[in-house]
Ligand binder design. Structure first.
Ligand code: PDD
Length: 280
């Protein structure tokens, strides 16, 4: 069965969905995106994703007013693709639209709105046993709080990680850890969680917010402070967190084991609580 996608108000077989070569997403990476996971047929933290989407649109001044109709579009996509009952992901991309290439915003332009769904099973081996990450310099722009499709530094970092048999690259800016190329980052020392505060230097992750809620409910202290790279070797535990990563233990950073090289108790506790509440 051919895959069905959504483009500018209509559903198409993927092979028949066309975007102009003049699209500003293609020419300038002038667009934003969201990734949402569905557990048991239900979108996870939909309201948070929608709010972040609206914020991204506002920050880059893309005018798209039909955001409230998207949930039914996503549901229809899941149904049409026959994956409504599985763990599924939706990818939504909104660009400023297509027009002859000029840098400034064209006077009249309609956004390009594209959505697709895909099977999105949890990676149980990684969740159970943990993963390797590398560290790399954060060469991204100064608006990492916007979920922009301009992801070249993230792509280069993820490739560097892959070439070193790691699943994620953790960015370091001016000697301080920010986040991963496609996930949030947290570390644990003496039972306390440390993570970069929300600012222009990181994405306000939805899963990160969920972890904060779990910590609050279970009296785990969280300190929102950027971790100096020089302190990383002293951390007991580390985790990468996100819609796809969920709560994944980090057991190796570069060539060094994290803690005793196994998933630590704080990470495991948070991971278990996280999966309990994805089922709610
Ligand atoms: N990535 N930081 C970055 C740079 C990210 O790209 C992501 C998510 C996160 C975690 O955010 P959330 O918990 O809201 O998923 C943090 C998505 C999944 C992606 O690009 O595929």
């Amino acid at each position: 069965m051919s895959e069905t996608v959504y483009l500018n108000g209509k559903f198409f077989p993927k092979s028949e969905a066309f975007i102009s070569p003049e699209d500003r997403g293609f020419n300038f990476a002038d667009g934003i995106y969201e990734v949402i996971k569905y557990y048991g047929g239900k979108p996870y933290r939909y309201a948070d994703h929608l709010e972040r989407l609206k914020r991204s649109l506002k920050e880059v001044q893309i005018e798209y007013r039909d955001t409230d109709q998207l949930e039914s579009v996503f549901q229809e996509l899941l149904d049409k693709n026959g994956i409504a009952a599985q763990e599924a992901g939706i990818y939504l991309q909104i660009t400023r639209g297509s027009q002859t290439r000029i840098h400034r915003f064209p006077d009249t332009i309609l956004p390009t709105v594209y959505a697709t769904v895909f099977p999105f099973a949890s990676k149980w081996d990684q969740l159970k046993n943990g993963v390797k990450v590398i560290t790399t310099e954060d060469i991204r722009w100064l608006r990492c709080d916007i979920k922009s499709v301009s992801l070249l530094p993230n792509v280069l970092a993820a490739q560097k990680a892959h070439e070193q048999d790691a699943v994620e690259a953790i960015f370091i800016r001016n000697g301080v850890v920010t986040e991963g190329s496609h996930s949030s980052f947290m570390a644990v020392k003496n039972g306390v969680i440390y993570t970069h505060p929300n600012s222009n230097l990181i994405l306000p992750g939805i899963t990160r917010k969920v972890v904060f809620e779990i910590c609050r409910d279970h009296n785990i202290q969280v300190i929102e402070e950027g971790i100096p790279a020089s302190e990383l070797a002293n951390m007991d535990e580390m985790m990468i967190i996100g819609t796809g990563s969920e709560v994944t233990p980090v057991v190796q950073m570069n060539e060094n084991p994290v803690g005793n090289g196994k998933c630590g108790p704080v990470t495991r506790f948070i991971q278990e609580r996280f999966f309990q509440q994805t089922l709610l």
